[in-house]
Design a protein around this ligand. Structure first.
Ligand code: PLP
Length: 227
C-alpha cells in the first residue's frame, strides 16, 4: 500500500472530531510531501533538530506538532513556529516554553503528558498528581502557553484490556480536570492518545488527536543505509 492509500484508509476510520497527526520522524521530505499533497497538514516530530530542518524546507502551512521529550535549552528553536507541544512533562519545561513563547510573541498550545502505562518511564506526570498539579496558582499566570489538554501513551502490549484500561484512565482524568479547573475554558479540549497499533481503542475511549507513523509511512528504519 502507498502512503496515500494508507492515509485515506485511516481517515475513513476516524470519526469527525478526531484529528490525525502524521508522525513523520525519520521520514524524508518526499515521503512527507506525498501525504501533504493528499491534504495532510498536521505532522508530528520528536527531535528538535529534525523538526527545525523540516520546517525550514517544507511548506509553511504545515502544522508541526512536537511529540518527544523536550529539553529546556532547545525550546527556543521551535517556539517561533511549533503548532502544539504534546509532551510537556514538567512544570519547569512549561515555564521555559512560556518564556520562549513570550520572546517569540506567541502563545504556544501545550498538552501535559501523563504516565498511564504499566512500564517504568522517566517522563510524564503521575495521574495521582493531577489535582495538585492543576491547582497550582502559577499555572494561570503563564500567559504565553495555552494549556490545551492531556497526552498519554499506553503500555506496549498485545493485551487490549490493559490498553483499554489505560486509555480510560486518561479520559477520566481529562474529564475531571476539565470540569474542576477548566470549566468554561474551550482551550482545554484535547486528549492526545493512540498510535499505529492502538489508535482504534484510543478513539473508542475519547481520543481527539491520534499520532500515527508506521501505519502511514511503513516501518521505521533507524539504521543508515549501507552505500
Ligand atoms: C513514534 C511515535 C508515535 C507514532 O508511532 P507509530 O507506532 O509509528 O504509529 C506516536 N507517538 C509518539 C510519542 C511517538 O514517539
Amino acid at each position: 500500500m502507498s502512503i496515500v492509500e494508507n492515509l485515506n484508509k485511516i481517515h475513513s476510520t476516524l470519526p469527525a472530531g478526531v484529528q490525525l497527526v502524521a508522525v513523520s520522524k525519520t521520514r524524508n521530505d518526499e515521503e512527507i510531501m506525498e501525504a501533504y499533497t493528499e491534504g495532510q497538514r498536521l505532522f508530528g516530530e520528536n527531535k528538535v533538530q529534525e523538526l527545525v530542518r523540516k520546517w525550514e524546507s517544507l511548506p509553511k502551512d504545515i502544522e508541526w506538532h512536537f511529540i518527544g521529550h523536550l529539553q529546556s535549552n532547545k525550546v527556543k528553536f521551535i517556539a517561533p513556529f511549533v503548532a502544539m507541544i504534546h509532551s510537556v512533562d514538567s512544570i519547569k519545561i512549561l515555564k521555559t516554553i512560556n518564556e520562549e513563547g513570550r520572546r517569540a510573541g506567541r502563545r504556544i498550545p501545550c498538552l501535559l503528558q501523563f504516565h498511564i502505562a504499566r512500564e517504568e518511564s522517566k517522563f510524564g506526570f503521575s495521574p495521582e498528581d493531577a489535582d495538585q498539579l492543576f491547582s497550582q496558582a502559577d499555572l494561570a499566570e503563564l500567559d504565553h502557553v495555552i494549556i490545551s489538554g492531556v497526552m498519554g501513551m499506553a503500555t506496549f502490549t498485545e493485551d487490549s484490556a490493559q490498553v483499554n484500561l489505560e486509555f480510560s484512565i486518561l479520559y477520566k482524568l481529562f474529564q475531571k480536570v476539565k470540569t474542576t479547573f477548566f470549566a468554561g475554558n474551550d482551550n482545554f479540549r484535547e486528549i492526545s492518545m493512540g498510535m499505529s497499533d492502538d489508535y482504534q481503542l484510543a478513539v473508542a475511549n475519547g481520543s481527539t488527536l491520534v499520532r500515527i507513523g508506521s501505519t502511514i509511512f511503513g516501518e521505521r528504519c533507524y539504521l543508515k543505509p549501507e552505500s
